[in-house]
Design a binder for this molecule. Structure first.
Ligand code: NAD
Length: 493
């Protein structure tokens, strides 16, 4: 497989256009954005820089397609057939899609292969299979009335997604939205648009009618804002930072009160008690739970809470693993942590690290830019010990390869530190004590609490956060609820 990847790595990528009403077209203004490769910092290609008028055209095309009924009123069995075909096409092109995505966003290919096209294909298959099993209800109302509760597509769904796992996160929104019969306008991140544009082309090939799935690329504050303010969008599904999430709520309030679902950031605690069943395994999983994709993972276990008597020894174990992880060429199948997506993100991670050491944290490993000679954006996996809960690196999301290790004295302290955050996305607890495990699952405020593992998940379970990590859920049958409205028919007999 490495030979095939190497054959693709240098292929020129032609400039990419918007996909509106089934047609590829440039932005009306003709503007483009340059895409730089995280692998070497050089020009990769350009994407269209959509303006407000392009976004409005995409929304109108989505609205017209929805109102025509060509997809929204098609039998669920038909939508299922088309989306299963799309899943097959994604799988057919999986390697090409993965390489394209990696050249754009820098994730290591070993992870991208699993988490990107294959996961997107499974997601389309999951919601395709689900949609012809969704029933309405007959309400237990009075006997001279027949009261029906229908589940109907909401209309036009806008999806705005980040750059870390564009296909996986994109599919988590697009697949249930399309399966339910909605039309979609997708805005990928500036730094990870290429593979999603290709998926939209595959959707056309699979038989999704023109106008049902549109893609507008461009700048968040322009194209994203226009989507947020559009009067033609009924639901806005977002994954990204809390700052942008706040803006989307404002856009909704200033326009048509569209429903806004937010999947935001995290500062997830990975809590290790001294009675963990296997401390060697816990150390390895803790390292991989933060450093894969160079920490650019929303559920990354970025706070490692360790019971005080074993804290120093455990931190040293994790640091040793971190120091031997293979960081580098994202297109090498043996690489364990790829590039940082942008130079700005690299500087941000370095800045957090140096401020943490100034505040008194101890740098056990990493802390610097590496592989500078490649021109790419790489950072050594970084472990900081003796971090206090009030330090910036313990409170703010870095979204880079930086782990903050914090000791705790007992279970109550572990819970207090774990919950002392504005976020509530993921978490884990390592213990052999079954009662303690259950107590921790109840006490930690997060969308998921892993026990004796970190990050395990599949499509059957919802992913979402509490507190400022967002609202609503991706994955599982629950995600369909975001894209279906309830409508009552009250029939007097
Ligand atoms: P970001 O918020 O900067 O950007 C996300 C998307 O919003 C991009 O498409 C961007 O163009 C768009 N955008 C930016 N400004 C906008 C505006 N004013 N109006 C409308 N859209 C705008 O996030 P990012 O840097 O791409 O991704 C990293 C963040 O995403 C982290 O906080 C991470 O935790 C979060 N994330 C969360 C999850 C989850 O499931 N909870 C998953 C992955 C990433």
């Amino acid at each position: 497989m490495q030979d095939q990847i190497d054959a693709m790595r240098a292929k020129e990528i032609s400039p990419r256009e918007l996909l509106i009403a089934g047609q590829l077209r440039p932005a009306r203004s003709g503007a483009v954005l340059e895409v730089l490769s995280p692998l070497n910092g050089k020009h990769l290609t350009t994407i269209a820089d959509a303006g407000k008028e392009d976004v409005e055209a995409a929304c109108l095309s989505a609205r017209a397609a929805f109102d025509s009924g060509v997809w929204s009123r098609a039998a669920p069995a038909h939508r299922k057939k088309v989306l299963l075909q799309l899943a097959d096409l994604i799988e057919r092109d999986a390697l090409k899609l993965a390489v394209l995505g990696v050249r754009d966003n820098g994730t290591e290919i070993s992870m991208a292969l699993k988490a990107e096209p294959m996961s997107a294909a499974s997601t389309f298959r999951y919601y395709a299979e689900l949609i012809d099993k969704v029933y309405g209800e007959i309400a237990p109302s009075q006997s001279d009335v027949l009261a029906l509760v229908h589940k109907q597509a909401v209309g036009v769904v806008a999806a705005i997604v980040p750059w870390n796992f564009p296909l996986m996160i994109g599919a988590w929104k697009i697949a249930p939205a399309l399966a339910a019969g909605n039309s979609v306008v997708l805005k990928p991140a500036e730094a990870a648009s290429l593979s999603l544009l290709r998926i939209a082309e595959l959707a056309l090939e699979a038989g999704v009618p023109p106008g049902v799935f549109n893609v507008v690329t461009g700048r968040g504050p322009v194209a994203g804002e226009a989507l947020g303010l559009s009067m033609h969008v009924d639901v806005l599904a977002f994954t990204g930072s809390g700052g942008v999430g706040r803006k989307l709520l404002e856009y909704s309030a200033r326009s048509n009160l569209k429903r806004v679902y937010l999947e935001l950031g995290g500062k997830s605690p990975n809590i290790v008690f001294a009675d963990a069943p296997d401390l060697e395994k816990a150390a390895k999983v803790a390292a991989y739970g933060i450093f894969r994709n160079s920490g650019q993972v929303c559920i990354a276990g970025s706070r490692l809470l360790v019971e005080a008597p074993i804290a120093d020894e455990f931190a040293a174990k994790v640091a040793k693993i971190a120091a031997t992880m293979k960081v580098g060429d994202p297109l090498d199948l043996t690489t364990e942590a790829g590039a940082i997506n942008s130079e700005a993100q690299l500087s941000r991670s370095l800045g957090f690290t140096s401020r943490a050491t100034t505040e008194g944290a101890e740098l056990l490993t990493g802390g610097s830019r590496i592989l500078q000679e490649t021109g790419g954006w790489f950072m050594a996996p970084t472990v900081l010990s003796k971090v206090r809960p009030d330090m910036e690196v313990a409170r703010n999301e870095v979204f880079g390869p930086v782990l903050a290790v914090m000791p705790f004295d007992d279970e109550a302290a572990a819970i207090r530190i774990a919950n002392d955050t504005e976020f509530g996305l993921a978490s884990a607890v390592w213990t052999s004590n079954l009662s303690r495990a259950h107590r921790m699952v109840q006490a930690v405020r997060a969308g998921v609490v892993h026990v004796n593992t970190y990050g395990g998940s599949d499509l059957t379970v919802p992913l979402g956060g509490v507190k400022q990590s967002g609202n609503g859920h991706d994955k599982s049958p629950h995600a369909l609820d975001k894209y279906l409205d309830l409508k009552t028919a009250w029939i007097q007999l």
